[in-house]
Design a binder for this molecule. Structure first.
Ligand SMILES: [Ca+2]
Ligand SMILES: [Ca+2]
Length: 98
């Protein structure tokens, strides 16, 4: 009786690793979407976005807005700076009027 139970337990243990090796896929990060957008907006393909290029996405963008995200003040947004921009635009304001 006990021998049978032991055998069954051994089989269960040997079978376990097959289930433990299921690969875990990381969730797709929104970073990819940002990179695609960046490339599309970069009209002159110089690897950075000017105010005019950003305005082609969001016409309401002002120089002041732009400067806020232009961390190194080189009058253009790098992909990292643009990433922050997109993050801010995609996050709804805490207190939306209306
Ligand atoms: Ca550009
Ligand atoms: Ca910059």
């Amino acid at each position: 009786m006990m021998k049978t139970l032991f055998a069954a337990a051994t089989v269960a243990l040997l079978g376990a690793p097959a289930f433990a090796q299921a690969p875990t896929q990381p969730k797709t990060a929104p970073v990819t979407v940002t990179a695609e957008k960046f490339t599309k907006l970069d009209a002159n393909a110089d690897g950075s976005l000017s105010l005019t290029e950003v305005q082609s996405m969001d016409a309401k963008t002002t120089q002041t807005d732009f400067d806020k995200y232009d961390g190194d003040k080189n009058k253009s947004l790098s992909s990292a700076e643009f990433g922050k921009w997109v993050e801010a635009k995609m996050t709804p304001p805490a207190s939306a009027p209306g």
